[in-house]
Design a protein around this ligand. Structure first.
Ligand code: MTE
Length: 335
């Protein structure tokens, strides 16, 4: 079996992956917007100068490092150029740490992701509290290079490490009542300053959900690492969802609770503004966000000398795999 190790990463452009200093010297200043907090949601160009936090020592326990470094090369990876590590870990949306793109990397160094427990409840035969070690024991870990398309109309290509979500969910034996799965992020205001901020745009904990057939689809993924290392706090350590055919806000970070249920859960962004953010949130170039078009996207890095703009594809380019899930549905209504 092929391994995802340093050898494979070194086949990439050296500047992009290994030479952070050289990369940072030419980092781009992206025009600031910074109004999102007051507008009660995202803004299309919610972009700020890229700053990179010192991440030494924030890379998970040894057993997780070993698991991640032993990952195999999975199917379903795009061959598109990877977004540089510095962008993937320095330009983030994680409102629990603040609403600027640099807040998650700058304000998460005190975030504790080991030990970690996940509660599983609702319409399933196996319920309870589970240690991360137990959840990951025996899982075959693989790399998936996916496109991530944010509702703000920027995108990245990220080499995630993890395993299919369906493999996790099946272990809890969902019953026939389990038509939806609800996910919750940790609520820990002492370590997540955005949760207690006066300017918070969302009610916490951050909640997301999937229909059970979406959750069981082979492309829905649980990431525990990226670029060959365990996830950093800003990317959702120690484990997060990655649903590549949906806008990025469905890919909830730092999961602590999974509930199988009959009824569709209300998600954080729907509760904040249901006219702008729907439950399905499939990437759709034909349905504009009320405040901007979704027809194109800026593939990061973009900057002063080129916006790197490209057409957005239906279902973020994963239509062949997932469009059957929405057969007969009007996706303008079910946005
Ligand atoms: N999960 C939580 N708990 N809180 C958040 O603010 N932001 C979402 C998603 N998951 C968010 C979250 C959004 S809007 C995006 S685009 C992706 O995370 C960004 O993931 P990344 O920062 O790892 O690129």
């Amino acid at each position: 079996m092929n391994k995802v190790g340093k050898g494979r990463l070194q086949t990439l452009n050296e500047n992009e992956v290994t030479n952070k200093t050289a990369y940072l010297n030419r980092r781009q200043i992206i025009k600031a917007a910074g109004l999102s907090t007051f507008l009660g949601g995202f803004t299309e160009s919610a972009a700020q100068p890229l700053k990179v936090a010192d991440t030494a020592g924030a890379r998970g326990p040894p057993w997780l490092r070993k698991l991640v470094s032993d990952a195999s090369v999975g199917r379903f990876s795009t061959t598109e150029k990877l977004t540089p590590f510095e962008y993937v870990t320095g330009y983030n949306n994680f409102y629990e740490f603040g609403s600027s793109k640099s807040d998650p990397s700058e304000k998460s160094s005190g975030f504790v992701s080991d030990p970690w427990r996940i509660e599983v409840k609702g319409a399933c035969e196996v319920t309870g509290q589970f240690h991360l070690e137990d959840i990951l024991r025996g899982q075959e870990i693989e790399e998936r290079i996916y496109r991530l398309r944010c509702v703000e109309a920027w995108s990245m290509v990220i080499p995630w490490i993890g395993f299919p979500l369906n493999r996790l969910l099946s272990r809890f034996k969902p019953t026939s009542q389990a038509r939806y799965v609800k996910f919750e992020t940790v609520y820990r205001p002492s370590q997540m300053p955005g949760q207690s901020s006066f300017f918070a745009t969302l009610d916490y904990p951050y909640v997301e959900g999937l229909r059970i057939d979406e959750a069981m689809h082979e492309l829905a993924f649980i990431a525990v690492g990226l670029y060959g290392e365990p996830l950093l706090p800003q990317n959702g350590a120690p484990l997060r969802l990655v649903v590549p055919w949906k806008y990025g806000f469905k890919s909830l970070k730092s999961i602590v609770k999974i509930t199988f249920q009959k009824h569709r859960p209300q998600t954080s962004w729907q509760l904040a503004n249901s006219k702008e953010y729907g439950f399905f949130s499939n990437v759709n170039p034909d349905v504009s966000h009320p405040r901007w078009s979704q027809a194109t996207e800026r593939r990061l890095p973009s900057g002063l000398f080129g916006s790197n703009r490209m057409d957005t594809l239906p279902f973020n380019g994963y239509g062949d795999e997932v469009s059957h899930l929405y057969k007969g549905m009007n996706l303008r209504i079910h946005y």
